[in-house]
Design a protein around this ligand. Structure first.
Ligand SMILES: Nc1ncnc2c1ncn2[C@@H]1O[C@H](COP(=O)(O)OP(=O)(O)O)[C@@H](O)[C@H]1O
Ligand SMILES: [Mg+2]
Length: 278
């Protein structure tokens, strides 16, 4: 393992996290990208970026939008997945055993973004408990700092630090308390992409896809949306990738056969029948 970068704050050595690598470019829906970038802009030295939340059903592109906006602003991206078990130290600084038997303080991706001046993407923030959100309260107002009780230090955010959280509207574990809600503004809603946007997304991410296979997958997605089934462009990407593998290995005689083979492993038979895809 290569040694991690570290810095010292008040005599405490903090080991920093690594940013994400390249993420997929944002396709279509320029207006939500513009909303996020506006929320993150600083129009004056005294101005501070806002901390928006991205709302929408799973697979609509919330995480992709967050990383794409950061990339547009030239910011390194630090991502964290929130769960119902996320503790304040997971968000801030956690202690681990050092090789010499002492304690090493590891900055979370969020704290690393604060120090480095990057964008922190807290995914699925609606799953996280009030106790964890409370540890971010001073960060998300004019104070812009966090206090790590584990390391016994206060950490200030760089002026370039940006924060966004994504929330799945249908999967909350806890009610996010009002004083936190009011810090997570504005709210940006994402809807499912239109069919031509879905095509562009699939083409951008699976550029080697066969045109006929792509057309079948788009038909599947369109019928699934019309029937109000939960399938999204993410499922479309997986079906498309698998169908292309089957085709490439010579295990299907045609594009249609390859897609049917892929759908059989992704969608229950009765749904395929209802969508008239069998
Ligand atoms: N507008 C878009 N541009 C590029 N890729 C997209 C777009 N919308 C969705 N995707 C793709 O769909 C998949 C699901 O998107 P994701 O951001 O993970 O959704 P969410 O976070 O809302 O669950 C990803 O592979 C993502 O790259
Ligand atoms: Mg996501």
């Amino acid at each position: 393992m290569s040694p991690r970068d570290h810095i010292e704050i008040d005599g405490v050595r903090l080991y920093l996290a690594k940013p994400l690598g390249d993420s997929p470019p944002w396709v279509g829906r320029e207006e939500v990208l513009a909303q996020l970038i506006a929320a993150w802009s600083r129009i004056d030295d005294d101005d501070v970026p806002l901390h928006p939340r991205l709302l929408g059903r799973p697979g609509v592109g919330k995480t992709t939008l967050a990383t794409a906006a950061a990339a547009r602003l030239g910011l390194p991206v630090y991502a964290l997945q929130a769960t119902m078990d996320t503790r304040p130290e997971d968000l801030l600084v956690s202690p681990v055993l050092a090789p010499d038997g002492g304690v090493r303080y590891m900055a979370s991706p969020l704290v690393t973004a604060m120090i480095r001046g990057g964008a922190a993407v807290l995914d699925e923030g609606n799953r996280m408990s009030e106790k964890s959100w409370a540890s971010l309260a001073p960060l998300l107002d004019h104070r812009r700092y966090v206090e790590s009780t584990v390391a016994g230090i206060r950490i200030d955010a760089s002026p370039e630090f940006r924060f966004v959280t994504t929330m799945n509207e249908d999967a909350s574990t806890y009610e996010v308390p009002e004083y936190v809600h009011s810090r997570l503004m504005p709210q940006i809603h994402l809807d499912f992409p239109e069919e031509d946007e879905e095509r562009a997304i699939l083409q951008a991410q699976v550029p080697f896809a066969d045109g006929e296979v792509l057309a079948y997958v788009l038909t599947f997605l369109r019928r699934a949306h019309e029937a109000d089934l939960h399938y999204t462009v993410r499922d479309g990407l997986n079906v498309l990738r698998y169908a292309m593998k089957v085709l490439d290995r010579g295990e299907a005689g045609s594009a249609e056969e390859a897609v049917v083979a892929a759908l059989a492993l992704a969608v229950p038979a009765e749904e395929l029948e209802a969508l008239e895809l069998l």
